[in-house]
Design a protein around this ligand. Structure first.
Ligand code: ASP
Length: 634
């Protein structure tokens, strides 16, 4: 019963049809989204990438087409030829952009039928993600997914254009290469030609982009795929895409300006305006004010409430007077029962020497003045939920203290982090109460409907939605250069080892690693780290010193990065750059809850591609060719 397409050509996309097209001869092609059989009249909602159109099969007008229509099921692929007409007044559907018209069909072709998939793209929410991923081709037909990928395309295009306008050249770098350390495991690819040798997939194009600066390209960018073998979470994938860039002779400000340009362009493509310049905060201040190096500015930060307590208060409350005493405030939570409060307690991390008080009513019985003062300092209203976080002298954690006055010690950071993490967890839990996240969702939804209506009509300027409250970018600067690994008992780089230390801290590299600040920066938004970058080391002597300070021996450095150390000796300009996670940006702008919603063919949390069924075993013959033997019994 299937028809051939023959010479038939599509004249319109389904979602584009408007009242002004009435009277035209139209050929539509697409999938049957729904079918309604009213006896002599059969209605098909036909879907393509742009939307839906109503196709009418009238038994009198097209008996043959009507007969086919009786057999048609959802997801059949059809072509409909006919004359577009205005719907009668009572049949107008104001919810559909094409709701004023319908196709009076004169010829219907059934181009393909379909097996019954376990779900229909016409359904709004499909709960079982595994089924969605297995039948990804059907899942991607869903309006939500179509919108996500259209938006991803628009955002990427805008970013490319912005970077190109700022003088950046897009240059590709290899996928089969040598290890580039970004703190994850490498994916290795065995060489057939060179027995026993391996390529590594790039964790990022880091070394190549630095070499491109040595080569005089001045400004490079790439929408680059990165591969990192690490455990997956909602916002991580084994392979992901970065907007990666590098520039010569930059100051930190130059990098910031470029990123602010392309991010605002990307947001604009999604219908949202972002004010420039973005605010900045040092790492230490981010810790003090948010207990996080990726602060979510949509909610109030932490408040230093040490001054609300006397020394005697602290002693009787068993609070370490040498460590921060801070309060976090979640607005508008309302009265909580003891049980409700206790349900959240497992979310507080006490493992690093921090403790908390969340029953301020009770605290006020013994320390009324202190509680009054805490409320004042935090600007708390009655329904706000306050938690006081402090150091626990009974749980003294071995940690380093910097020798630099005014800088945070690791022990202090631990208290701030515990407060910051609790703040984020409580914020998620009480999202419906404080409403700060709903503002973001609302802006995304409004931008989406805005761009949908803009999409098929014309793509010229559409009013941008003010995104300044919903999306709050912030630069975080002056990170510590090293982190102490208590288990391994040595200092680890907090960033990749090409990051330059602050010139002023260089002298302390080997003697006091804790005090060394890195010349690097992150950009965060709404509690997500969007990207990070740095001014690089451009001198071979300093690069060697850094490797040394990280415990990388000369031989190891030579074996792993010899080519790069060599290259550094051939006239390397000062340079720096950054990379931002494109998937994360798109995730924010689509309001998606996981990266898998914005990656066409993602892997599951168990690192499996359910559609293609990867990874799999391979025939013995192939392993042999690669000089590989597995130790697993099949
Ligand atoms: N290569 C770094 C990363 O992937 C970014 C950068 O330093 O430019 O995080």
């Amino acid at each position: 019963m299937l028809d051939f397409l023959g010479n038939l050509e599509r004249t319109h996309m389904c979602g584009e049809l408007r009242a002004s097209d009435a009277g035209k001869t139209v050929v539509l092609m697409g999938w049957v989204n729904r079918r309604r059989d009213h006896g002599n009249l059969i209605f098909l909602d036909v879907r393509d990438r742009t939307g839906f159109a109503q196709v009418v099969l009238d038994k009198e007008l097209v008996p043959e087409g009507h007969a086919k229509g009786e057999q048609i099921r959802p997801e059949y692929v059809i072509a409909a030829v006919g004359r577009l007409r205005l719907r009668s007044k009572d049949a107008i559907n104001p919810k559909m952009p094409t709701g004023e018209v319908e196709l009076e069909t004169t010829q219907l072709l059934v181009l393909n039928d379909t097996k019954l998939a376990p779900f229909s793209p016409a359904d709004d929410a499909i709960q079982n993600e595994e089924v969605r991923l297995k039948y990804r081709y059907v899942d991607l037909r869903r309006a939500d997914m179509q919108r996500n990928f259209r938006l991803r395309h628009e955002i990427t295009l805008a970013i490319r254009e912005s970077l190109s306008q700022d003088g950046f050249l897009e240059i590709e770098t290899p996928i089969l290469t040598k290890s580039t350390p970004e703190g994850a495991r490498d994916f290795l690819v065995p060489s057939r030609v060179h027995a026993g040798e391996f390529y590594a997939l790039p964790q990022s194009p880091q070394i190549f982009k630095q070499i491109l600066m040595i080569s005089g390209f001045d400004r490079y960018f790439q929408i680059a795929r990165c591969f990192r073998d690490e455990d997956l979470r909602a916002d991580r994938q084994l392979e992901f895409t970065q907007v990666d860039l590098e520039m010569s002779f930059p100051r930190q400000d130059s990098v910031f300006a470029v990123v602010e340009d392309f991010l605002t362009a990307g947001f604009k493509a999604a219908g949202i305006s972002l004010p420039k310049p973005f605010p900045r905060i040092t790492y230490d201040d981010a810790m003090r004010q948010y207990g996080s190096d990726k602060p979510d500015l949509r909610l109030p930060g932490l408040t230093d409430v040490r001054s609300a307590f006397t020394d005697a208060d602290l002693e009787s409350l068993r609070i370490d007077p040498a460590l921060p005493v801070i309060a976090l405030r979640i607005p508008n939570v309302g009265e909580l029962s003891r049980k409700e409060r206790e349900d959240s307690h497992p979310l507080f991390d006490t493992s690093k020497g921090a403790k908390f008080i969340d029953d301020l009513k009770r605290l006020a019985k013994t320390f009324p003045a202190a509680v009054e003062q805490v409320k004042k300092l935090t600007n708390a209203d009655d329904p706000d939920f306050l938690v006081i976080v402090s150091g626990d002298p009974a749980h003294h954690i071995q940690a380093s203290d910097t020798k630099f006055p005014g800088r945070l010690s690791e022990r202090e950071i631990n208290v701030y982090l515990a407060a910051g993490n609790y703040r984020v967890e409580l914020a998620k839990k009480y999202a419906a109460k404080h409403g700060a996240f709903a503002i973001t969702d609302e802006v995304v939804a409004r931008a989406a409907s805005n761009s949908e209506s803009a999409q098929s009509v014309d793509k010229t300027e559409h009013a941008l939605i003010d995104g300044s409250r919903a999306f709050q970018p912030i630069w975080v600067t002056d990170f510590p250069m090293f982190e102490y690994d208590a288990e391994k008992k040595h200092w680890e780089p907090a960033h990749h080892p090409f990051t330059s230390p602050h010139e002023a801290d260089m002298a302390n590299l080997l003697t006091d690693p804790a005090s060394v600040r890195a010349n690097c920066y992150d950009i965060a938004m709404n509690g997500l780290e969007l990207g990070s970058g740095s001014i690089r080391i451009h001198r071979q002597d300093i690069q060697k010193q850094i490797f040394q300070s990280l415990g990388i021996t000369d031989e190891e450095a030579k074996a792993r990065f010899g080519f790069f150390l060599d290259a550094l000796e051939y006239g390397t300009p000062p340079h720096g750059g950054i990379a931002l996670g494109l998937d994360r940006i798109v995730m924010l702008l689509t309001g998606a809850s996981s990266l898998r919603e914005v990656i066409a063919f993602p892997k599951t949390a168990k690192a499996i591609d359910l559609m293609v069924d990867a990874p799999t075993t391979v025939p013995e013959r192939q392993l042999k060719e690669l000089h590989i033997r597995t130790t697993l019994k099949s």
